[in-house]
Design a protein around this ligand. Sequence first.
Ligand code: BDR
Ligand code: CA
Length: 317
Amino acid sequence: SKKLLVDVDCGVDDAQAIMLALAAPNVQLLGITCVHGNTSVENVCKNSLRVLQACNKLEIPVFKGADRPLLGDSIDAGHFHGEDGLGDAPDSNAPTLDLLQEQEAVSAMIRIVNENAGEVSLVATGPLTNLALAVRLDPSLPSKLRGLYIMGGNTESRGNTTVCGEFNFTADPEAAYIVLKDYQCPTYLACWEFTCYNKLSWDFCEAWLAQDSHKARFMETIFRHSIQASKSERFEKECVAGTGFISCDSYAMAAAVDDSFIIESDCYPVSVELTGSHTRGMMVVDKLGFLKKSHTAFIMKKVDMEKFKQMMMAALK
Ligand code: BDR
Ligand code: CA
């Protein structure tokens, strides 16, 4: 079976991605490490536990990680995911933080990857702060990964957070820079524009939520807020190519779960802008080799959307 470790800032699409992985056959989720991002890291921990509870998988360990970026203050995405990160639809039976592991996320990440060297893939769906700290403590960490799957960055300098910046990279540009500096394992990127070009139609979302299951009811509750936000005029302008929902993080997860999900990628070295007054946090694609990097990343271009819809459907069964 495939071993996965996921690093999340558990908002609504992170929740969808986790549920996709939990429903996939032959996938073993070794743990969830939490990072600041869509909401505070405490909320991210609570949300991850709530998702596990909804799927009857509370035995999977959850670890608390960085509460802010390497430099500066954290930003959040409460306008989209709800202030609590899961649609502001609290559940009085939600698990408490007592269920968190004692070990913090960065040490846990290093331990789990080393215990499963060469076998585990890391899926990162939030700002890359935890992973950057882990790489600083154990520089060989990426070389022990089977693959690194990241939702983040952009390819057409189209931002969803700043003029040019995608949320996860803009929320901690230095961390993204460190992680993408010398990737020593196959690295796959689900970038913002790609996810925009592959929206799930509202018809699909309706059928998805109409499934008769506890998981579908849970999703319906936490999802309402982002459906509303997605249908706002401003958001529709922000994300190119038609209407529908963008479950950004689920593309990175689907790629980690199923090797045949990616049909076509662009292979280029990438980096992250750290200093531009308009462009800080923007991903830079080095098409002509100016950066003299020896490694390229796989930038997802075409994926199997039929497979994606099947995996999403299964997530709420
Ligand atoms: C990313 O930002 C977050 O709000 C989402 O969860 C996703 O990881 C998209 O830019
Ligand atoms: Ca996320």
